[in-house]
Design a binder for this molecule. Structure first.
Ligand code: NDP
Length: 290
C-alpha cells in the first residue's frame, strides 16, 4: 500500500505537492495556517488536520512546504516531540546555511531530515520530464519514500550534506538568470530594427540549445585546470564582446548585461591569459583578486 504522507503548507507549491501525492494514491494529511486553502484537496480525499501536531502524528513522511525558514521553524519547533523518530522532508527554499542548521536541529532531536530544492513551478509538479527536485540529507528517508517523492518530479540525490541541494539549486538559478539576461539583451538589440521578440526567439531557442552542447567540454577543461587551447581563446571572445557592446551603444540600448562579462574577459586578458580558453573566466570568478 502507498505510504501515508503529510503536507504542511498549502501555498501554490504545497497544494501541487499534496495533489500529486493524492493522485498517486497516498493517504494524505494536510495542514495550513489558513485552513481554507485545503478545501479542494479535502474534496479530492485529503484529511485536514486541526493542528501541526495532529498532522505530524497522522503521516508517515512529513513534507513541509511553507514560505521560508522562519515559517518552517515556527511550525516545526513546537512539534519537535511529535517529530522525534519520524522522517521529515523540507521543500521550502533554504540557503545552504539554513539547510545545514535545520539538518543539525533535526539530528539533535532524532528526526531524519531530507532537504529538497524544487526546480519547477507548481504547474509542472507531477511531470518528471519538466519538474526536477534535488535532495540532500538522509538517504534512508529518500529510499523509504522514493515512490511518493517520485510522483512530484525527477528525483536526484546529492549526498548526505543537507546544504548540497540548496547550493546546487543556487548554481542552477545563477546559470538561468545569466542566460535570460543575454536573451533580453538580444531581444532589445534586434528590436532596434523592428524584429519581434517572437521572431528572435525562434532563432534563439535552437541556438542556445546548441550552445549548451559545449558545456561538458568546458567542464572538462575547468576540472582539469588546464586552460591552454587553440580555439575560443579569451582574446577571441574579447573581440566578440566588444563588438556586441559597440553595436548596442550605436543603437542606443543599455549595455548593463554585457559589460560584466566583458569586464571579466578584460581582467583575464590584462593578466596575460589572452591565449587561454574562455573557460578560464571561472577562475576570475573564483578568485576575484587574482
Ligand atoms: P506561497 O506564497 O504560495 O505560500 C506560502 C505558504 O507558506 C502558505 O502555505 C502560507 O500559509 C505559509 N506561510 C507563510 N508564512 C507562514 C508563517 N509565518 N507561518 C505558517 N505558515 C506560513 O508560496 P509557494 O507555495 O509558492 O512556495 C512555498 C515554498 O516553495 C517556498 O520556499 C518557495 O521558495 C518554494 N518554491 C516555490 C516555487 C514556485 O514556483 N512557487 C518554485 C520552487 C520552490 P498561509 O496560506 O496561511 O498564508
Amino acid at each position: 500500500p502507498a505510504a501515508p504522507v503529510t503536507v504542511i503548507g498549502l501555498g501554490s507549491m504545497g497544494q501541487a505537492v499534496a495533489a500529486a501525492f493524492l493522485k498517486g494514491g497516498h493517504p494524505t494529511t494536510i495542514w495550513n495556517r489558513t485552513a481554507a486553502k485545503g478545501r479542494d484537496l479535502v474534496a479530492r480525499g485529503a484529511v485536514l488536520a486541526h493542528s501541526p501536531a495532529d498532522a505530524v502524528r497522522a503521516g508517515g513522511l512529513v513534507v513541509v512546504c511553507v514560505l521560508d525558514r522562519e515559517a518552517a521553524q515556527g511550525i516545526l519547533g513546537p512539534v519537535e516531540a511529535e517529530l522525534a523518530g519520524r522522517s521529515l522532508t523540507v521543500l521550502t527554499s533554504l540557503s545552504p546555511e539554513e539547510a545545514e542548521e535545520m539538518a543539525q536541529w533535526a539530528a539533535e532531536r532524532n528526526i531524519s531530515f531530507l532537504g529538497g530544492a524544487i526546480m519547477a513551478t507548481p504547474d509542472l509538479i507531477g511531470d518528471p520530464e519538466a519538474a526536477s527536485i534535488l535532495y540532500a540529507g538522509s538517504h534512508t528517508v529518500l529510499r523509504e519514500y522514493r515512490p511518493a517523492l517520485e510522483l512530484l518530479g525527477a528525483t536526484t540525490y546529492l549526498g548526505d550534506s543537507a546544504a548540497r541541494a540548496s547550493l546546487l539549486e543556487t548554481g542552477l538559478l545563477a546559470s538561468m538568470y545569466a542566460m535570460f539576461a543575454g536573451f533580453y539583451h538580444g531581444t532589445a538589440l534586434v528590436g532596434t530594427d523592428g524584429v519581434t521578440a517572437e521572431e528572435f526567439t525562434a532563432l534563439a531557442v535552437p541556438w542556445l540549445k546548441a550552445m549548451t552542447t559545449f558545456l561538458p567540454g568546458q567542464a572538462e577543461i575547468i576540472d582539469a585546470g588546464d586552460y591552454t587551447t587553440d580555439q575560443q581563446s579569451l582574446e577571441f571572445n574579447k573581440g566578440g564582446l566588444d563588438h556586441i557592446i559597440r553595436i548596442s551603444e550605436a543603437r542606443g540600448i543599455a549595455t548593463d548585461v554585457m559589460r560584466p562579462m566583458a569586464a571579466l574577459v578584460d581582467r583575464q586578458v590584462e593578466r596575460g591569459h589572452g591565449a587561454d580558453s574562455v573557460a578560464r573566466l571561472v577562475e576570475g570568478i573564483r578568485y576575484p583578486e587574482a
